[in-house]
Design a binder for this molecule. Structure first.
Ligand code: BES
Ligand code: ZN
Ligand code: ZN
Length: 482
C-alpha cells in the first residue's frame, strides 16, 4: 500500500474519502450538508465508534467516529481497529484508491489510522490464483504529519508485511538454509547491517549441542545467523542482543505432535523473523542504537537420526541437558544462542520465542508473556512502550524456586518438567540459566505470533505482533541512559 502526502481539494475530489471524527465535526470545513452533519452527530451519540457512509455516486464518504476522550493508548487502538473494519469494507467494494484527511484530528490519530489500514491491508496470497482487491493508494491530506515521520512509519509497516510473509511461508519453501540466504540478502540491500551466516561445520566447531541435536532429524542443515547494526552515532556502548527462536517447522520431533496440534507450526520461527526485522527496521530508519541479533535456525523432525528423550546434550556453554521431551526444542536452540550472545557482554539480552502452549492457555492471544532477570530498567521502558503501542506485556513470576522443577538425576538440567505445571515459567527459567548474569528479558510470543482466525488489523495468519513494540523501544532507547 502506498501513502501519498498531498494537498487535496475535497470539493473536487474524484475518489472515495475517509474522515475520522473524534470531536466536534460541525466546526470543520468539510464537504457535508447540514442535515448530513446532524445525521453524523446523531449516529455518534448512539455509538461513539459508528461509521456513517454517505453516497457521492460513484464514490462514497466514510465518516468514522472514535472516542477521543479515552486514554490516548486506548483511543489510538480503537482507531487502528476501526481502520481494519473499513479495510474489509473497501476490499469488498474493490476500492483501490482512497483519500484521507487528517483535518480536525491530531497527527498521532491520523498515523494510527494509517497504521491500522496498512496492517489490515496485508494478505498472504502468493499461492492463490484468485487474489483479493486490496488498497493500493491512500492520498493523505495533512499539514501536521511530517513527511519524514510518514516515511519512517511506512518503512516499519513494510517490514511488518515482510516479516508476516516469512512467517506465513510453508517450510517446504522456507527452510533454515533458505531463510539464512534471505536474511543475508536483506542485510546487503541495507548496507549498514552486517550478516554472518554460520553453517553446519561452524556450528559443530562451536559445539552448539542444542541446535545440533534438534537438527539431527532433519534433511536440511541448520544455520546460525548473526546480524549486527552498529551506527556511528550510537547511544549505547554495548549492543542490545536480540535472540529469536527460529524453528522453521515444529513437528515435535520423536515426541510427535498429535492430531491437529501440528498445523500452524510453520510459525515457530516467528521469534527469529521478528528479531531480524527489528534490526532491519532500526537500520533502515537509522536509529542511533547498537543492536545485534542471534538467530538459531532449524526444523524439528522425527527423521532417521533424530534426537530422543533420555539423550543428554552438552550445550555451547558446557551445561548438560537431559531430554525429557523432544517437543521442548525451542529452549535448546535458544540456550545456545543466549549463551553465545552473552559472550558479547551486551546491555541486555531480549529473546522472542513461540515457546509454550501454556502461555496461550494462561494469557490468551492478545498479549506477550514476559519474564525478566536483572533487567528492571530495560523492562520498565519496554513495558511502558508495550502499553503505548498496545502490544502489551504480561509479567509472570520468575522466582529461582522454579528451578527445582528442572532438576535432573543424570545431567545439570532437564529440558522440560513433565508434570505440565508452570510450563511458561519453567521454560523461561531454563533459558535464564544461559544468560550468565546478563540482564535478560524473555518474551513468549506463542499467543500472538499467528492467528488462526482474522484478528482485527493483525489479520489472519502471521500477525507481526511485537515488531512495533521493539521498534518503539529502540526509538526511546536513549532515555535509559547507560
Ligand atoms: N512451538 C511449541 C509451542 C507452541 C504451541 C507455540 C502452540 C505456538 C502455539 C513448542 O516447541 C512446544 O512444542 N512446546 C510444548 C512444550 C512441552 C513439550 C513442555 C508445549 O507447549 O506443549
Ligand atoms: Zn515443540
Ligand atoms: Zn516449538
Amino acid at each position: 500500500m502506498n501513502i501519498l502526502l498531498e494537498k487535496i481539494d475535497f470539493s473536487k475530489i474524484k475518489s472515495s474519502v475517509i474522515f475520522l471524527y473524534g470531536s466536534d465535526v460541525a466546526s470543520r470545513s468539510l464537504p457535508f450538508k447540514r442535515d448530513e452533519v446532524a445525521y453524523i452527530e446523531a449516529k455518534r451519540k448512539e455509538d461513539i465508534s459508528s461509521l456513517v457512509i454517505l453516497n457521492r455516486l460513484p464514490y462514497k464518504i466514510y465518516v468514522q467516529s472514535f472516542n477521543s476522550e479515552l486514554p490516548v493508548d486506548e483511543s489510538l487502538e480503537q482507531i487502528r481497529k476501526s481502520a481494519a473494519a473499513l479495510q474489509l469494507m473497501l476490499m469488498k467494494e474493490k476500492v483501490q484508491s482512497v483519500a484521507f484527511t487528517g483535518e480536525g484530528i491530531i497527527p498521532e490519530e491520523a498515523v494510527a489510522f494509517l497504521e491500522g489500514l496498512h496492517m489490515a491491508n496485508y494478505r498472504f496470497e502468493k499461492y492463490k490464483n484468485k487474489k483479493e482487491s486490496l488498497l493500493s493508494d491512500v492520498h493523505v491530506d495533512s499539514l501536521l504529519i511530517e513527511p519524514e515521520v510518514m516515511k519512517e512509519n511506512l518503512n516499519l509497516w513494510r517490514r511488518i508485511d515482510r516479516l508476516r510473509d516469512w512467517v506465513n511461508e510453508p517450510v517446504m519453501y522456507l527452510n533454515a538454509p533458505l531463510f539464512a540466504d534471505i536474511l543475508k540478502e536483506e542485510a546487503s540491500a541495507l548496507s549498514n547491517v552486517k550478516c554472518t551466516v554460520l553453517g553446519l561445520k561452524k556450528i559443530e566447531g562451536l559445539r552448539m549441542g542444542g541446535l545440533l541435536a534438534v537438527n539431527r532429524g532433519s534433511e536440511d542443515e541448520p544455520r546460525f545467523v548473526v546480524l549486527e547494526y552498529k551506527p556511528e552515532n550510537r547511544v549505547n556502548k554495548r549492543p542490545v542482543a536480540l535472540v529469536g527462536k527460529g524453528v522453521m517447522y515444529d513437528t515435535g520431533g520423536l515426541n510427535i505432535k498429535p492430531d491437529d496440534y501440528m498445523t500452524e507450526m510453520k510459525s515457530d520461527m516467528a521469534g527469529a523473523a521478528t528479531m531480524a526485522s527489528a534490526v532491519f527496521a532500526a537500520a533502515e530508519n537509522k536509529l542511533p542504537v547498537y543492536i545485534m541479533a542471534f538467530l538459531p535456525l532449524t526444523d524439528n523432525r522425527p527423521g532417521k537420526n533424530a534426537y530422543a528423550a533420555d539423550d543428554i546434550l552438552r550445550m555451547y556453554d558446557g551445561t548438560t541437558v537431559e531430554i525429557t521431551n523432544t517437543d521442548a526444542e525451542g529452549r535448546l536452540i535458544l540456550a545456545d544462542a543466549i549463551a553465545y550472545a552473552s559472550d558479547q557482554k551486551p546491555d541486555v539480552i531480549i529473546d522472542a520465542a513461540t515457546l509454550t502452549g501454556a502461555a496461550v492457555r494462561a494469557l490468551g492471544t492478545s498479549c506477550i508473556a514476559v519474564m525478566q532477570q536483572d533487567a528492571d530498567k530495560y523492562f520498565g521502558l519496554l513495558n511502558i512502550i508495550g502499553n503505548r503501542v498496545y502490544e502489551r506485556l504480561a509479567p509472570l513470576p520468575f522466582w529461582k524456586e522454579y528451578d527445582e522443577m528442572l532438576k535432573s538425576e543424570v545431567a545439570d538440567m532437564i529440558n522440560c518438567n513433565l508434570q505440565a505445571k508452570a510450563g511458561t515459567i519453567t521454560a523461561g527459567r531454563f533459558l535464564a540459566h544461559f544468560a550468565h548474569g546478563c540482564p535478560y528479558i524473555h518474551l513468549d510470543i506463542a499467543g500472538v505470533a499467528f492467528y488462526s482466525k482474522r484478528e482485527s488489523f493483525y489479520g489472519q495468519g502471521a500477525s507481526g505482533f511485537g515488531l512495533r513494540l521493539l521498534y518503539a523501544f529502540f526509538q526511546m532507547y536513549d532515555t535509559i541512559g547507560n
